[in-house]
Design a protein around this ligand. Structure first.
Ligand code: GDP
Ligand code: MG
Length: 500
């Protein structure tokens, strides 16, 4: 056999029709599969290529073979050994298996005598793919339309980050972005890896996990450098985003006014621009993603010059809009219904409160005001005036400068509120810091003079005497959305405050 003659591994990639698409020659101990042109058809399907190659030292499938199998989503990988004369004696086959309790990614056939191999490949691979589809259907039945992600929390050496808190915030951000989280990974590298942020082996493990679970997306809780995003994208077809991009996604979805849309698009473009240094196919996936989730009517361009032109154009539009804005708001004000907006730190319970107030004992009405945010609801009280209630994107710490403007723009509608409910999770030890963080942003938005009511939520998780004490200090109302405590008093206080 030629492989023995030239003393190199030889491999072939065979498609489903049995035709050899690639022939690859390695060296004595290794063989490398080149970048494959064929795209996969959907996530639950394999690539439609199986890789069969020779091993000269009679070893079984190696870790590298199996990594190729998983990362490239090959149909199967096989190695031929015991080559005597022109015929191989044995074969060892590996194939991917669906998510399972043992956390295994692959399984084997053989090693066995090649003559006793009796496998109807097409039947085998069809059944295997169907198994993947069934298993993922079970995992994903919750919400099949949503994008699915695996979260990676990277705790750098010596950092004070508390991964559990961090993951909670990240999950909340994903939830806000309409992404469902399939799994989380906490990674504590001994040192930060310049190429992938975490080590290569760990990165590969994460990718395999994503593929097995059927995730579309890897979300890092840290900012990734343009280089790191590129490197990770070059070893997987999964989308990779970092915390900043996730936040941009949320803003993009929350931006309802023209001005906010432009601000968010500007932030996206400014975020992308420096990341365009190395244009490659991986990059179009990143920009493609932002573009599709972005608010603008145009897809983002992957061209630096055109991005600069677009930025200049949008900056001009922004100036024009500022004039129109004030007139529009006047009209909305004229509707006369009081507007109450819930603000507060991420995870304080804003959405829960909104749902509680609009679902329990009050009629829920999805907003008819198309100019307002979809998270705006009208609550009707028998014998009382209607109130418009709006939820806002959560206030987040460590907001990078490039995102700050866009964030502020999504809060534009707060200017119309008659009353701000500042919701605080009283059960977190640093709640006073968070109150301050929110206050700072309100000042920045010139909203600090507005009528405000501090509402302490999650009192079910704290000591009552402690809450009473703080309640007085802040002139606040305390509630538990979970136990539905204090809600009536809250509504009374709101109505009372709106009379002013
Ligand atoms: P948002 O980010 O401010 O919109 O917060 P969410 O409404 O999404 O709530 C964040 C988490 O806090 C959810 O897991 C809620 O179930 C939980 N939560 C909300 N209100 C309460 C409460 O009164 N008590 C407790 N223990 N948990 C709550
Ligand atoms: Mg929320």
């Amino acid at each position: 056999m030629i492989s023995v003659e030239i003393s190199r591994q030889v491999g072939i990639l065979i498609n489903r029709r049995g035709i050899i698409e690639y022939v690859i020659v390695g060296d004595r101990n290794r063989i490398e599969i080149p970048k494959l042109a064929t795209e996969r058809v959907g996530r639950a399907r394999f690539r439609g290529l199986r890789f069969i190659h020779t091993h000269l030292n009679n070893e079984l499938l190696t870790k590298e073979d199996l990594t190729d199998l998983a990362l490239l989503q090959l149909d199967m990988v096989g190695c031929l050994t015991d080559i005597k004369g022109s015929v191989p004696g044995s074969i060892h086959i590996g194939y991917l298996i669906p998510a399972n309790k043992k956390q295994k990614a692959w399984d084997f056939i053989g090693p066995m005598d090649i003559d006793s191999l009796n496998l109807d490949f097409i039947e085998f691979i069809t059944e295997l793919e169907n198994e993947f589809v069934r298993e993922r259907g079970r995992l994903h039945q919750l919400d099949d339309q949503k994008e699915k992600a695996v979260l990676i929390c990277v705790v750098s050496p010596g950092s004070k980050k508390i991964p559990e808190d961090n993951l909670l915030e990240m999950k909340d951000l994903c939830y806000s972005a309409g992404i469902s989280v399939l799994d989380t990974v906490i990674q504590r590298p001994k040192e930060l890896h310049p190429t992938y942020l975490i080590g290569k082996g760990k990165m590969e493990e994460v990718i395999m996990k994503c593929q097995q679970l059927g995730a579309d997306l890897i979300v890092f809780d840290e900012g990734l450098t343009p280089g790191q995003i590129n490197n990770i994208s070059s070893i997987t077809e999964l989308n990779v985003i970092d915390r900043n991009q996730l936040i941009l996604d949320i803003f993009a979805q929350r931006a309802k006014t023209n001005e906010a849309k432009i601000q968010v698009e500007l932030a996206q473009l400014r975020y992308i621009l420096p990341r365009l240094a190395s244009i490659n196919t991986a990059f179009s996936r990143i920009t493609g993603r932002i573009g599709t989730r972005g608010p603008g009517e145009t897809k983002l361009e992957v061209d630096k010059r055109r991005i600069r032109e677009k930025i200049a154009f949008l900056e001009g539009r922004l100036k024009d809009i500022e004039g129109i804005r004030d007139r529009k708001r006047e009209r909305r004000k004229a509707s006369g219904i009081p507007v109450v907006s819930i603000v507060g730190y991420t995870n304080s319970g804003k959405s829960t409160l909104l749902n509680l107030l609009t679902k329990s004992k009050v009629e829920v009405q999805d907003m008819a005001f198309s100019t307002l945010n979809p998270t705006t609801r009208t609550i009707k009280y028998p014998g009382r005036k209607n109130i418009i209630l709006t939820d806002t994107v959560g206030f987040i710490k460590n907001l990078p400068q490039v995102l700050l403007k866009a964030f502020i723009a999504t809060l534009e509608e707060l200017k119309d509120a008659h009353l701000l409910l500042h919701l605080v999770d009283i059960s977190t030890p640093d709640f006073e810091e968070k109150i301050q963080a929110v206050d700072e942003i309100l000042k920045l938005l010139n909203l600090y003079d507005k009528e405000r009511l501090i509402v302490f939520n999650k009192v079910d998780k704290t000591n009552r005497a402690f809450v009473k004490n703080i309640e007085n200090r802040y002139n606040a109302v305390s509630i538990s959305c979970l136990k539905k405590e204090g809600i009536d008093r809250l509504v009374e206080t709101i109505v009372e405050r709106l009379k002013n």
